[in-house]
Write a protein that binds this ligand. Structure first.
Ligand SMILES: [Zn+2]
Length: 251
């Protein structure tokens, strides 16, 4: 029955639009608001199309020098179902789009990780969560065809990443430092670039972000807990793939 099929696909289309809402509020300069909203909607949809089952995201994006960050529930005045995201790209430069996408990509990673549950800033495994958000930012920027933000900092991270032959001992030797400093940006970027080819090949891996456990266990145990957490959604093979890639020797 043609009418039925048409109705079903129309409903499917509507639910896509309803489940993902991005609003750029009036803290942004008026002349940028529409452009920023369009850029962010397009960026979010690129990731969102790979998420399964589809989450329900309502995000209000503010222009605020305190960003980039997403606010924990207790610091946000918005309703409980709404994410308050603060971004601060330099709007005076013509290339602000790349910076905007990069900042948004990182924070959207925290949204997928369910940051209110995970409480990364209080976790010894913040470094891993941060590395995965960096990875999402890189992935998104490259998917946008904006090239890579290869500033000297990231170029150096790629260089260092390529020099490491054997990743498992490297991470084991670095883990204590990482656990004490979740924002060791160069190390986070190295880990992100190491994982990037696998996520480029299979963006479904982003679904694994949703199952990150709230735990301070050391990496080896943490990865087991992560896989266990994902089992109930039959997503543990995603975590296994990430683990294999992370510990793979450099070819
Ligand atoms: Zn972060």
């Amino acid at each position: 029955m043609k009418w039925g099929i048409g109705l079903v696909s129309l409903l499917a289309f509507c639910s896509v639009a309803q489940n993902l809402s991005i609003e750029v509020d009036d803290t942004w300069p008026a002349e940028f608001r529409q452009e920023v909203e369009t850029i962010l909607e397009e960026a979010a949809e690129k990731i969102w199309e790979h998420l399964d089952p589809k989450p329900n995201y309502k995000i209000v994006v503010r222009y605020d020098s305190a960003g980039p960050m997403v606010l924990y529930r207790e610091y946000s005045s918005l309703p409980d179902d709404t994410v308050e995201m603060l971004l601060n790209p330099d709007l005076t430069v013509s290339g602000f789009k790349a910076q905007l996408i990069f900042q948004f990509g990182h924070e959207f990673g925290h949204v997928i990780q369910d940051y209110n549950r995970l409480r990364s800033t209080e976790s010894k495994n913040n470094w891993l969560h941060e590395s995965l958000c960096e990875l999402l930012a890189i992935w998104l920027l490259k998917a946008e065809g904006e090239g890579q933000i290869i500033d000297s900092f990231r170029a150096r991270s790629i260089q260092l990443m390529e020099q490491i032959r054997d990743w498992k001992p490297f991470i084991q030797a670095t883990e204590e430092l990482l656990r004490d400093n979740g924002y060791a940006r160069k190390l986070n970027a190295m880990i992100a670039y190491k994982l990037y080819p696998a996520f480029k090949e299979n963006p479904k891996l982003f679904n694994a972000f949703r199952f990150l456990p709230k735990s301070d266990s050391e990496l080896e145990k943490y990865l087991e807990e992560w896989a266990d957490n994902a089992t109930k959604s039959f997503s543990d093979e995603l975590v296994e793939e990430i683990k294999e890639v992370l510990f793979q020797e450099h070819e």
